[in-house]
Design a protein around this ligand. Sequence first.
Ligand code: 1GP
Length: 245
Amino acid sequence: MLYTKLKSTSKQLAVLIDPDKQNKSSLSLLIELAKNARVDFFFVGGSLLLENSFEETIQAIKANSKIPVIIFPGNNYQLSAKADAILFLSLISGRNPEFLIGQHVVAAPLIKEANIETIPTGYLLIDGGRISTTSYITQTVPIPNDKPDIAVATALAGEMLGMKLIYLEAGSGAVNSVSAEMIKAVKKNISIPLIVGGGIRTAEQAEEICKAGADIIVVGNILEKEPGLLMEISLAVHSNNKVTE
Ligand code: 1GP
C-alpha cells in the first residue's frame, strides 16, 4: 500500500511530470536525476493535456525506475493500470460539482477495473498570484492566500469527510507558493498527511515549506527548465529527516 509510505513521518519529495512537457530524452534525464536524488514519488498528470502521451509516460517511468508512480489526474481520462496509485482528488476549495463528485462517478468503475490503489485526497486551490490553469479549467475561485482560516476549515471538512490526504495547491508555475503561515495553520489542525505544491523553485523554499509543516513537497515546472536543481531541492527536503532517521 503506497498510502503507508505517503503517511510516513519523514519529509518526502514528489516530482510532478506533465506528459505534454516531456520528450523521450528529457524524460529519461529526469528519471535518472530523480533516482540519484532519491526522489520518493513521481506524480503524473496535468490540468489540460493536449498530447496523447499519458500512458506512454507512465510506461517509460515504470520501465526505468522503481520510484512509485502516482496519477495526479486533471480529469477522468488520465488513468492507467500501470500506475501504482491514483490521487482521487476532490476539489473541495471550489463549488463546482463536476470536480467535487462528477468526474469521480465517471472514473470510479474504470479505476476499479484498473485495480489500482485509490487515495481520497482533499484538493485545495490557493491563490498563487495569477490565474492558474487549474482555476480556469475547473471554473473555481482559489482560496485567498491571506485567509488561512478558510484553508483550515476546508481541510478539516475534508478530513471529516474521510479524505486521507490534504493537498494545498498554488497552481503549477505559481508566482507565490502557499505561505508558511497557511501551511502551519492547516498542519496544526489536521492529522492526515499534508501535500504542498505550486511555484516551488528553490531549495530554500522547499526547506521553508517543510519546516512550516508540509509532509510531501511537489515540484514540477522548474524541473522542466532546470532539471539540475532536483538534487539540491531533494537534499533540502530530506535534510529535515536527519534527526529522526
Ligand atoms: C502543480 O503542485 C504542482 O500541480 C507543482 O507545481 O509545477 O509549480 O512546481 P509546479
